[in-house]
Design a protein around this ligand. Sequence first.
Ligand SMILES: [Zn+2]
Length: 439
Amino acid sequence: MKAYRAAILRFADDRTALYEEDGLLVIGPDAQGQPVVRAVGPYRELVDRFPGLSITHFPGRILAPGFVDLHIHCPQTDVIGSPAEGLLPWLENYTFPHESRFHDGEYATEVASFFLDELLRHGVTTALAFATSHPSSVDALFQQAQQRRLRFITGKVLQDRFSPDGVRDQTEQSLIDTEALIQRWHGVDRLGYAITPRFAPTSTPEQLHGAGELAARYPQVWVQSHVAENLAEIAWARELFPQSRSYLATYADFGLMRDRSVYAHCIHFDDDDRALMRETGAAAAVSPTSNLFLGSGFFDYQGADRVGYRYGLASDVGGGTSFSPFHTMLAAYYVGREGQTKPGLSLSPQHLWWQHTAGAAAALGLAGEQGAPSIGNLNPGCEADFVLLNPQATPLLARKTAQARNLDELLFSLIVLGDDRVIERTAVAGQWWPAQAAG
Ligand SMILES: [Zn+2]
């Protein structure tokens, strides 16, 4: 057992934060030997319950749940910050040429290693990530995630049409490869597989049908794709699948909407789409830096909460512009405020933070329901993935956070002014990463 004394941030079931100014976090193995939170609460109340426990004290620091990124593309690590005129030219000119290099396992391993270290440096301890259409890219990413003991989900991209040579796959083989990868990786250590059609237009109906069959055969496996990101994409999807009620409904028609299915963007929805999300248990990966960068539109938070479906935050690197959860939370605030295309509102700092931790975990079905692991939080039983935050990381942050009169002011200062400098350390499965930084 290990214990840490610091301020502690975690979340209640109603999306609000619980904050302990002088807290104690006790980490120990659960019945399966997985390091989890054994106790958390006020230092003074807890310390006597664990006599002889060695406690590391971090004065002036905050322990918080590791961030959960609901949508990111590992092979786009080097595509971040590429200039393009919108989504489709960006795919053609930057993304597909980069992704075509991932047939080379050695190259895929080098990028995967950098990608995961970059996530951890930014305090992200779980991601739902796209690999490429090459099975070698999936093996590389899982191997690197396994070495780092991460709870991590990825999958081979399915794209058997309207894709250039080098990334386009073959319908039957793509489904055979997907099933083989599920059997090789899903449930190994903390790894999970996601069936990954890039988006409906780049898959034939046969490929989507096969993906839906796999989704039914392996209900614990995730499904991830993109939907309703921009108007040109929607028009194209409607042309290709005119029999479906909407672009989103295309996925439902192929059996690809269910619990553990996560769709990036979900911007241009009507209430029938929102109801379909709610009824199927699908979740939205809200990707605000990407949506602002590409000018795609603004996620309608009021609509999502009014109809009542699940969502959480995502970086969507490389369409997104930062690995930093702070930048993503700030961009989500801008997106919430926008009031010309949908109702504008001010998302509270606690709600923004929840979206990138406990909310994202719930969207993945990883909030402890029905025996599932619990991540994105620091309540008893949660897996021991957490970050140590330094609210004095820059001169302006130190000045601003010292004046915070309540939790919302403290969290909002971090959201607006924070970046990787705030993340002093990241712990994965109860161990600091990298190991030599431990103390
Ligand atoms: Zn994406």
